[in-house]
Design a protein around this ligand. Sequence first.
Ligand SMILES: Cc1ncc(COP(=O)(O)O)c(C=O)c1O
Length: 478
Amino acid sequence: MAKDLVQKPYDPEEFRELGHKLIDQLSLYMAEAQRGEGPVLPFTPPSEMLDFWKGFLHSDSREILFAETLKQTTRVHHPRYMGHQVAPPLPLGALMALLGASLNNGMAVYEMGMAPTAMERVVTDWLCRKLGYGTSSRGILTSGGSLANLTALLTARRNKAPGDIWNNGQQGKLAILVSEAAHYCVDRAARIMGLGEAGVLKVPVQEDFSMDTSKLPGMYEAARQKGLSPFAIVGSAPCTATGSYDNLEAIADFAKEKDLWFHVDGAHGGPAVLSEKFGHLVKGIAQADSVVIDGHKMMGMPVITTALLYREGALSYTTFSQEADYLLTDTPEEDWYNGAKRTFECTKLTSSLSWYAVLSHYGETIFEDYLNRQYELARTFADLIRKRPHWELACEPQSNIVCFRYTPPGADATTCNQVNGLMRQRLLEEGRYYIVQTRLKGLLYLRTSLMSPFTTSGDLKELMRYLEELTPTPTPKR
Ligand SMILES: Cc1ncc(COP(=O)(O)O)c(C=O)c1O
């Protein structure tokens, strides 16, 4: 019996049968979701959801388990999915993730992921070339933009901060410069590194929510006078809330002048380097010391996979190295194939399988076409919003993220916030559309990330019509 329980689950024939059933259900799900059938988000309050799955634990049917999971999911393929920045994964990429999960080669050392390691090198070399980096560049894949940003900042500190902090611990007061609109993970990374609140110098943004680079010299000097040593500056390409790109050329110039590490958080919109039409948004990126690009955002990969790319690849080996002679410690050559030397993870996902398969099967044009389509759709949506009375945009969309709000005639800021908040709550509970919200300069905006390649301008017109139908009456002030 014990043997049965240990070995039986590996039965290849059972796997084949069950696998076919799962793929059949998934394919049906995808067809329905892509056609816009069913709710985008069958919203269930967390406690109800918890009760359901507690109760389900003793069910023995794996087919029902598949079906229930599919039923209770947020449908990212759906044309009316416009919420967070997660891609509907390309099915080939998802199949490769299944392949990787079935093989469980853990990547930490070369022998535990030979093919995925070589594929990772091919994919990251390709991305480096697209950034405009030279042959001494190198990249790695890691688990998410948050971890990749932290890793890049650790490399930055190792190479630009005074002293040997990795071995001797924090000494002086260090700081980084980053736009106030940057993703929160940059702030979090700095705090993890012991910089504290004072060590995150938040640069104000302009009207369009991009970094106001004119403030950099003054902020830098003020920090120095307070005894802080800034060692890195982070540009957002783009920032999360509004999708606005920082002026990377201006930041690069400033970084050069002050000898700072220049890091670009291109988790969302770094792939603009692949677009002839939108490449101008990331002008200057080739001068960055490091760049982060999420695969699971604008590159159609299944979660979670991020490329962290270094202009000077040798520096990527310094991040976690105790030794000054980091590169040649164990081998007489660069051992790019022992990935764990440069990543936080020891065991990690073989996500390179997905990148490689998509790149080799469809070619790089698929990424450009997808980005162009979604970015253009955002501009069409902005035109639609602009034409409607009582609606306003937070700023012109630069990527596929659009923030907008309803401003009923005569309503003050508090009432507007209330009305927009209620609309978004209604949408969430009804599940017909999935959009999110964000607060910008104290004002609440509805926020869409146009991620699904099945969303059309018709869906966006319909969203506006639906929102207008929903416009709630604000509670009168007492
Ligand atoms: C600009 C930016 N950086 C970093 C992140 C965090 O990436 P991840 O969710 O892959 O950790 C996000 C997520 O939305 C982002 O928009």
